[in-house]
Design a protein around this ligand. Structure first.
Ligand code: GLN
Length: 538
């Protein structure tokens, strides 16, 4: 609890993809390790209300919080680093800001005033930034401003930051992330783009307090001095952010640069203890010193863009560390898998994960993968659409219902083993209307999933419209595919398993949203353990 929350803003300049999310998460980790309760918020300057309706090719994965918000994938990094859940308040878009201002205007709340970007939009932004601070739960709120300084879209956000800096004085600071490129021909690191980027911020009235400089080479004292001098920041506030082997190295790199110390000093907060990062270091040590290696396959339709499956690939890394094994993931395009090449594509992999997804593209390759995993007794993990494919495959090839399908793809199929949830049937809007967020699930004892969690009551996050069609449940169970997890209130089937198989688990929910460095997800840990066992017995 704190009386006066401190606000740290993270902006980006020169180019996108500098890793503002990872820097924000790393700083939060260090502050948390010093005993400060810290949260991170992402402000996204696009007009979509949330990324739920965005194609993963646009912004990568859509992350889902416990309270059912469809959010930017950076929130996944925040949770994985901090091991603290985020919520709707942690991600705000321009669309949401405008929607709220326009709704207020329609209700007459502006009392006849002309509604303008300044002050109405900026006030709304400032209010959203302070929602987390006012909750009283956090000492420090780190707000990452999406986009790059200079973009038209981010102007109102930078203006809101300027105003907050003015109003809150010592309780606010700005970290600006820039690029210090290396010019091979000149053999030098160049500071000019950083100088220009800071100038651009200054034109908008914001003097950054700390500069975090992404660079491929060491930022020596001369360069630090130069950047400090031209950008009006202290020498110790020029932070080098070198490219790292793993995103999980970044908190330690930032600790070496004393980013957390500089932030606390500037916010007039005591540095307290040296951050305790023993568990984090232990994780890194095990990540870098695996005892063995295994190869697993991830079958999905967005595999060319790995950000589309960010939480899944990070969960696999966490689970690998928990099993002391390096997991090499073969990314397989589901569209490329056919009955003719499935053996060749999947042979030798000791675990197969079929990814979530929407629509018909690549579905037959996913179903083919399930068949291969089931018949060859390869550990199988199906997530959401992956679980639905497992049900369809079983209906077609074991129950003999060749025309079984999901009504998402074949509305009038003869055997709709996966069907739209009844509460979804009258919904026409696409945004924010799926079954979203955390729901309870009751697990059956003596199942692989129960053994994984070592608990019969769990809660996991959802994002789907379709479900297992319970009118077929008896038939499935009689022939060996069991519902080993159900929603205790509605009876919806959340987990299916095949008895006569070393590890075949399909889950309707998304366990990947809850795996963190501190607590690798038990289901991923169990899947990797089963894959490791297969690898050892081959
Ligand atoms: N398209 C499926 C559904 O809506 C699965 C969704 C998913 O994989 N997240 O039910």
């Amino acid at each position: 609890m704190s009386n006066s929350t401190k606000y740290v803003f993270v902006t980006g300049g020169v180019t996108s993809s500098l890793g503002k999310g990872i820097i924000s998460a790393s700083l939060a980790k260090l502050l948390q390790a010093r005993g400060y309760s810290t949260t991170i918020q992402k402000l996204d300057p696009y007009i979509n209300i949330d990324p739920g309706t965005l194609n993963p090719y646009e912004h990568g994965e859509c992350f889902v919080t416990d309270d059912g918000a469809e959010t930017d994938l950076d929130l996944g990094h925040y949770e994985r680093f901090l091991n603290v859940p985020t919520s709707q308040a942690n991600n705000v878009t321009t669309g949401r800001i405008y929607q709220s201002v326009i709704d207020k205007e329609r209700r007459g709340e502006f009392l006849g005033k002309t509604v303008q970007v300044i002050p109405h939009i900026t006030d709304e932004i400032k209010e959203r930034i302070q929602i987390l601070g006012k909750s009283g739960d956090y000492d420090i709120v780190i707000t990452e401003i999406g986009g790059t300084v200079g973009d038209i879209e981010s102007l109102p956000y930078v203006e809101a930051v300027r105003q907050m800096k003015w109003e809150f004085e010592n309780d606010c600071l700005v970290i600006h992330l820039t690029l210090v490129p290396y010019l091979a021909a000149a053999g030098e690191l160049k500071t000019k783009p950083t100088q220009h980027s800071v100038k651009q911020l200054l034109e908008l009235g914001v003097q950054p307090d700390i500069l975090c400089c992404r660079t491929e080479h060491e930022l020596d004292l001369t360069l630090r001095r130069k950047i400090a001098k031209f950008c009006n920041v202290n020498m110790n506030a020029v932070i080098e952010s070198r490219d790292a082997d793993s995103i999980y190295d970044v908190p330690l790199l930032m600790q070496t640069e004393e980013l957390d110390k500089v932030v606390l000093e500037k916010l007039n907060l005591p540095t307290r203890s040296i951050p305790n990062l023993d568990n984090w270091k232990d994780f890194l040590l095990r990540l870098k010193n695996p005892e063995s290696e295994i190869n697993i396959g991830l079958v999905g339709k967005y595999v060319e863009l790995k950000d589309s499956y960010k939480s899944i690939s990070e969960s696999i890394i966490h689970a690998g560390v928990a099993n002391n094994v390096k997991v090499n993931v073969k990314w397989i395009h589901s569209e490329k898998i056919t009955p003719a090449n499935v053996q060749e594509e999947l042979e030798g992999l000791c675990g197969l994960l079929v990814a979530p997804g929407f629509g018909s593209r690549g579905i037959s390759g996913k179903i083919e993968t399930v068949k291969y995993a089931r018949e060859n007794k390869v550990p199988f993990f199906g997530i959401c659409l992956g679980m639905q494919c497992a049900v369809i495959e079983y209906a077609r090839n074991v129950l003999g219902k060749v025309e079984a399908h999901t009504t998402e793809i074949s509305e009038n199929c003869k055997y709709p083993v996966i069907d739209m949830m009844s509460e979804q049937k009258n919904i026409s809007n696409l945004g924010g209307t799926m079954r979203l967020g955390a729901y309870k699930c009751q697990l059956m004892p003596n199942s692989n999933i129960y053994r994984a969690y070592n608990n019969d009551k769990i809660s996991e996050r959802h994002r789907h419209r379709y479900e297992f069609n319970n009118s077929y449940l008896e038939e499935f169970e009689a022939s060996g595919m069991k519902a080993t997890g159900k929603n205790p209130e509605t009876g919806l089937v959340e987990v299916v398993e095949i008895e006569d198989h070393p590890w075949f688990v399909g889950v309707q929910f998304h366990p990947e949203y809850k795996s963190t460095v501190a607590v690798p997800h038990p289901l991923f840990v169990a899947f990797i353990a089963a894959s490791l066992k297969t690898s050892n017995s081959n």
